[in-house]
Design a protein around this ligand. Structure first.
Ligand code: EPU
Length: 417
């Protein structure tokens, strides 16, 4: 088992380049099978979740060819409507394949998806949406089957805002007959990114990035080409790393406009940031405790809640962190307490952080992807050595962690044993 060995309290300096967005890439790979023509995606991050999605697609008969940071997907050989059960369980985003397989084959059978353990994460809204588009649902113990000779456009009102449900229904409706409207859609930047890709392939989607999306169904989609947007969560994590270690680093190849709320909150807390057209640079700052609530886009992203909590352990005064999206996404804070942070859990959704504490290196296990990155940041702030285990969880979403962080002066190694 490989681990990260970190020696903290070193000043960081230099430039770190943001990779392509994981949560845009996964959806575009799934959407590629809506067509039988080749799709080329550039700026693709070489991360474990993308490798798992590629394995599922290959098992379905799709040919995948990796370039340096490009991927060519040839779905001409797509041969079955049931993705491999074991592979599906490794990746929550495998649920994104349900709609395209249903649209292409008129039926799909899938096991329940797996993924990060950050709450209950049901799939009821996906299934309800497919039923509204005319599919018949058969539920089994740990799997489901959907059947529809031809999907029919419909009005879908989402009772709850969900990123992947919006994306899944938007892509599926591209091959439905007639007009679909999605009301109360999520607005995360990955959604217009997916719509841009699909529209490039001949889809007719309007309104992606707003709560009202309309999709006029087409008979088929053609070949597509797409360059992925930069990963806003990776960018935000690196900014918090720079601030937490009081360092001057330049986070390049990012889109500051995707992080408006985060940047405003950081500035209010005292962060000294230089914001350019495609970069954000951190400077030594005097940070004050602050209050945040995670929220759907354009609010403060739940995926940056853990790195922000680590940052607040280094700020002066008290912070309140309110996680509103997932009920299991604050439990990593007990690991920060082990490192010397002063954190009180009020309930599963809220913690209070008394800032200004020195962190000490510890042996820890990464509980999930985003909390794992937060532990790396904590380790790089802490005095002494931190060992982080279960790094597969981190490498699911962050590429080349060790070389990229070493490049800005971090003392981090991958060790075995
Ligand atoms: N929900 C339901 N029923 C459903 C689907 C979702 O009740 O059928 C609930 C969820 O349990 C949650 C809420 O809806 O309480 C909102 O979750 P959402 O569906 O928006 O989350 P998601 O689509 O499963 C995506 C990202 C997550 C990110 C969230 C919120 C991908 C692959 N995942 O998840 O990213 O935290 O949106 O922004 O796009 C990550 O990258 O580490 C990650 C977890």
């Amino acid at each position: 088992m490989e681990k990260y060995q970190i020696t903290g309290s070193q000043p960081l300096t230099g430039e770190i380049r943001v990779a392509g967005a994981k949560n845009a890439a996964l959806k575009i790979l799934a959407a590629s099978i809506l067509s039988d023509k080749i799709c080329r995606v550039s700026n693709i991050p070489k991360i474990e979740d993308i490798k798992r999605m590629a394995e599922i697609l290959e098992d379905l008969g799709v040919k995948m060819a990796w370039g340096n940071s490009t991927m060519e997907i040839d779905p001409a050989g797509l041969k079955k409507s049931s993705p491999d059960w074991e592979l599906t369980k490794k990746l929550r985003s495998s649920i994104m394949l349900a709609g395209p397989l249903l649209a292409r084959f008129g039926e799909v059978t899938m096991s329940q998806p797996g993924g990060c353990i950050i709450g209950q994460r049901p799939i009821d809204l996906f299934l309800a949406g497919f039923k509204t588009l005319g599919a018949e649902l058969f539920e089994h113990n740990e799997s489901f089957t959907l059947k529809a000779k031809k999907l029919k456009g419909a009005k879908i009102v989402l009772p709850k805002i969900s990123v992947t449900v919006t994306e899944s229904l938007m892509m599926t409706a591209c091959l439905a007959e007639g007009l679909t409207t999605i009301i109360n859609a999520a607005m995360e930047p990955e959604i217009p990114a997916l719509a841009d890709y699909l529209n490039n392939c001949g889809a007719k989607i309007k309104g992606a990035g707003t709560p009202w999306i309309t999709i006029e169904g087409v008979d088929r989609l053609s070949a597509g080409e797409y360059e992925l947007i930069p990963d806003r969560i990776e960018a935000g994590s690196f900014i918090m790393l720079g601030l937490a270690t009081n360092s001057q680093i330049k986070v390049s190849n990012c889109r500051p406009e995707h992080l408006e709320t985060v940047l405003a909150i950081l500035k209010n807390a005292g962060a000294n940031l230089e914001i350019g057209p495609d970069y954000i640079a951190t400077k030594p700052s005097f940070l004050r405790g602050t209050e945040i609530q995670t929220h759907e886009y354009p609010g403060f992203p739940t995926d940056l809640q853990a790195p922000f909590t680590v940052l607040m352990t280094q700020a002066k005064g008290r912070s309140l962190i309110h996680e509103t999206i997932f009920e299991g996404r604050l439990f990593y804070t007990d690991k920060l307490t082990l490192m010397g942070a002063d954190i009180i859990m009020c309930d599963p959704h809220r913690v209070i952080v008394e800032g200004g504490t020195k962190l000490r290196g510890k042996k820890l296990e990464s509980p999930d992807l985003r909390a794992g990155m937060a532990l790396i940041i904590a380790g790089l702030c802490a005095e002494g050595e931190t060992i982080i285990d279960n790094i597969y969880q981190i490498e699911r979403g962050y590429a080349q962690v060790v070389p990229r962080l070493k490049n800005i002066g971090a003392k981090i190694e991958k060790i075995s044993g």
